[in-house]
Design a protein around this ligand. Structure first.
Ligand code: 13P
Ligand code: SF4
Length: 317
């Protein structure tokens, strides 16, 4: 089996030889997070991809993330250890569907989650991630209608925070986050009444958590709706003894690293993204040895998508 100290040393040595920077999303396997030069959420990794001095990026994440890196840095070689690592949420809105939606809503500003294909980004005014979705929509004049896609739960979160009803939301969802349900959340929250709840806004159960708070079942200050990067920031500042985490289970590794004194537990321990887990230690090594799989974005599509992605990395913390 490929892993362990020898594997890590070989990966780092090859990265240096190739002038490559290794980026890993918070949902990657622990050993891949540990070998990467940078680990974080999709906004943080996009910003690193835009500014990294290395000539090659090895993106340990899913395909839309590597595509976003290529759009931001077209002169760099962008590799993903397995190009088949997709995203069910990105698949839920096609460029044709977005064009039709825009045609029905002339004058609306299109905000697309970064979990979309390059073709969808090319039809978009501003992209966002879960950590800056609220700031991105808030940057659009309050009387301008907004089309927000593809994630219905992130869209509902933005509408709720901004109390703005001129945001139309596409009906897509991430199967991993949609699978963390309100009943599981209520049961784990009731079993540990002291624990904070960190909930990713792609979860349908974010709404359930707010109902629980309204019903008095959970103290409202325990509920924190956060992107994966913001979960790490919150953990570092937290004085809680335990935290229940509603997102993909890879997140737990980075949280434990950030705050070893806190007991982090997943709300659903089967919430694993099979696309993220297609990136294995073997494939990371193969990627650096054989310079594969190279991510290619049609230059015309990339040119049309770049403005939306650049606006995304300029907004929010
Ligand atoms: P963030 O990296 O913005 O937290 O998003 C999570 C996600 O689902 C990426 O696929
Ligand atoms: Fe896509 Fe969901 Fe996997 Fe994230 S966790 S990559 S949104 S399928």
């Amino acid at each position: 089996p490929v892993s362990g100290a020898q594997w890590a040393a070989e990966v780092r040595a090859l990265a240096e030889e190739r002038n490559a920077v290794i980026l890993a999303h918070n949902y990657q396997l622990p050993e891949i997070q540990d070998v990467a030069h940078h680990v974080g959420d999709s906004l943080y990794l996009s910003r690193i991809a835009a500014t990294a001095p290395e000539s090659t990026i090895v993106f340990c994440g899913v395909h839309f993330m590597a595509e976003t890196a290529k759009i931001l840095s077209p002169e760099k070689t962008v590799l993903i250890p397995d190009a088949a690592a997709g995203c069910s949420l990105a698949d839920s809105l096609t460029a044709d569907q977005l064009r039709a939606w825009k045609a029905e809503n002339p004058g609306a500003v299109v905000v697309s989650y970064v979990n979309t294909t390059a073709e969808v980004k090319a039809e978009t005014d501003i992209c966002c991630t879960s950590s800056n979705a609220v700031d991105v929509v808030a940057s659009i004049p309050a009387d301008t209608p907004v089309l927000f896609g593809p994630d219905q739960f992130l869209g509902a979160h933005v509408r709720r925070v901004l109390q703005r009803d001129n945001i139309q939301v596409w009906g897509g969802e991430c199967h991993v986050h949609a699978g963390i349900n309100g009943a599981q959340l209520a049961a784990t929250a009731e079993a540990d009444p002291e624990a904070d709840l960190y909930i990713h806004p792609e979860c349908g159960c974010a709404t359930s958590a707010l109902y629980l708070a309204t019903a008095g079942a959970v103290a409202p200050e325990r509920i924190k709706i956060l992107s994966t990067g913001d979960m790490v920031t919150a953990a570092k500042q937290s004085t809680s003894r335990s935290v229940l985490v509603a997102t993909e289970i890879g997140m737990i590794h980075q949280l434990r690293r950030a705050a070893p004194g806190i007991d982090f537990r997943p709300v659903n321990d089967r919430a694993s993204c099979s696309y993220m887990k297609m990136i294995t230690p073997e494939k990371v090594l193969r990627s650096l040895r054989e310079l594969r799989d190279e991510v290619v974005v049609d230059p015309q599509i990339a040119a049309r998508a770049r403005g939306a992605v650049e606006r995304m990395i300029a907004i929010g913390n």
